[in-house]
Design a protein around this ligand. Structure first.
Ligand code: APR
Length: 269
């Protein structure tokens, strides 16, 4: 599946499983404390508390204000490269001004608590890496990198001749952000790593993602099918909520530090 199908969106109905308080269920802690291999998939919600807008949150999401068809597809770039480049430049500056929040920091801490730990992200903001998470699997690319739209090579320096977008110093092609646009194939090595990490883990966390964009949203079911305990952390229900073993309804920057505190206390008890 990875690499063949581009990014596609599916909207479905769901059952709400509300978890009123922030106490972490004892059964979740028991299973997590015994886990050897943990995989985490994050989405835009993890960076929301850093001031980076999500995509689909009503009113505040980027897609509430901008149209993905005009800004995040290869055809949009062909049609109006200046518009696309300037929009990503605006987002790049926003991300550069943001700081990792308590959710990013808790995940960076979590990586040291398990024998095997994998962090897969749909985010292009690099905030996990800035929080010192290692070996982050970026399945949608990274907005702080630029590549040649002709050769696909990463370009880190170019002459500012006033062109918007700037030109590739090697072939003169237009430069573009190194992110995966809708209708574009996924990066195969990263998708292969993500699939392996999702099918060979004891525990799978889905944090701050609406689970409507594929193939990333298929990783949850792969983890379920392979027998992992699956936990969703999201203040809102998603199409996946009803299938998760545990759904913690809260902000990642609140729930994750709570979870870390409870896990350490559980292990020490
Ligand atoms: N903590 C946890 N989750 C949150 C928070 C928070 N503080 N704030 C919002 N959320 C949740 C929302 O309820 C929503 O379910 O984060 C989710 C964000 O969903 P989207 O905006 O759809 O983002 P994401 O799932 O990452 O989108 C997937 O779509 O547009 C493309 O390529 C883009 O990577 C992106 C992909």
């Amino acid at each position: 599946m990875p690499g063949e199908m581009g990014l596609i969106v599916v909207v479905g109905s769901f059952k709400r499983r509300n978890n009123p308080s922030m106490t972490i269920p004892a059964e979740l802690l028991q299973r997590l404390a015994a886990a050897k291999s943990v995989t985490v998939l994050t989405g835009a919600g993890v960076s929301a508390e850093s001031g980076v807008p999500t995509f689909r949150d009503a009113q505040t999401g980027l897609w509430a204000e901008f149209s993905p068809e005009e800004l995040a597809t290869p055809r949009a770039f062909q049609r109006n490269p200046r518009l696309v480049w300037e929009w990503y430049d605006w987002r790049r500056k926003l991300v550069a001004g943001a700081k990792p929040n308590a959710a990013h920091l808790a995940l960076a801490e979590m990586q040291n608590l398990f024998l095997r730990f994998h962090l897969i992200t749909q985010n292009v903001d690099g905030l996990h890496q800035r929080a010192r998470s290692r070996n982050v699997i970026e399945i949608h690319g990274n907005i702080t990198r630029t590549k040649c739209s002709e050769e696909g090579t990463i370009v880190s320096a170019w002459k500012d001749a006033g062109d918007v977008p700037p030109k590739c110093p090697a072939c003169g092609g237009l430069l573009r952000p190194d992110v995966v646009w809708f209708e574009e194939p996924m990066p195969e090595p990263e998708m292969r790593q993500a699939m392996t990490a999702s099918t060979r883990c004891d525990f799978f966390f889905s944090i701050g993602t609406s689970t409507v964009v594929y193939p990333a949203a298929a990783l949850h079911s792969e983890a379920l099918r392979s027998g992992a305990t699956v936990v969703e952390i999201n203040p809102q229900p998603t199409p996946f909520t009803g299938q998760a073993h545990f759904a913690l309804a809260g902000a990642a920057g609140v729930v994750l530090p709570e979870l870390m505190k409870a896990l350490k206390a559980f292990r020490a008890s």
